[in-house]
Ligand binder design. Structure first.
Ligand code: FE2
Ligand code: FE2
Length: 187
């Protein structure tokens, strides 16, 4: 691991609570194996994984403060679904506080909802976040295997699982998630 990466890891972990630390390290481990499998840039993959939940522990009020600070225009979606906001603020913090490159910021931005036409790095982060070693539900194990066989099939399966979960909970489904799924089915 490079010195830059080691520093980034220490900086991110310092502002992450213990439970989430295990998840973040799990995602970093998973995305590294996925990057090797699919020929992605391992440095970018590591930075994306380390930064992806950097603002997740913040309160909604703290998230909104970051939005004001970085001129982020939030949709009503992000304001009501706290879970969605951390992807948007996380991308801004990755860029402005950690100097992460565009590709890494985009992966952080889209790791929760997905979007139509995802890049390889975006797909890898979305999936690594879903199947890292701290996710022990049975679907995660099957999905992890699929990630190494057929990346787009795994992505479609991940999106399906998310949508099924949201339907079961009677929660709103973000249009970007639907667009991500439709794009895979209508290529
Ligand atoms: Fe997240
Ligand atoms: Fe995560």
């Amino acid at each position: 691991m490079s010195n830059d990466l080691r520093e980034l890891r220490a900086a991110v972990l310092a502002r992450t609570d213990r439970r989430r630390r295990l998840h973040v390290l799990g995602v970093a481990q998973e995305i590294d194996t996925l990057a090797l499998r699919w020929g992605a840039d391992r440095g970018q993959a590591a930075r994306a994984a380390l930064l992806h939940d950097v603002t997740k522990g913040l309160t909604p009020a703290e998230q909104l403060k970051l939005c004001a600070k970085y001129d982020i225009v939030t949709q009503s979606w992000e304001r009501t679904e706290h879970k969605l906001m951390h992807a948007v603020t996380g991308a801004a913090v990755a860029r402005f506080e950690f100097g992460a490159e565009e590709a890494v910021c985009a992966a952080v931005r889209w790791h929760t909802t997905g979007r139509a036409g995802m890049t390889l790095l975006e797909k890898l982060l979305y999936l690594a976040d879903y199947v890292d070693a701290t996710r022990v539900f049975s679907e995660a194990r099957a999905l992890r295997a699929l990630c190494y066989e057929d990346l787009d099939a795994a992505l479609l399966r991940g999106l399906d699982l998310s949508i099924q979960f949201l339907l079961a909970e009677r929660r709103a489904i973000h249009p970007d998630t639907m667009a991500a799924r439709n794009a895979l089915l209508t290529r």
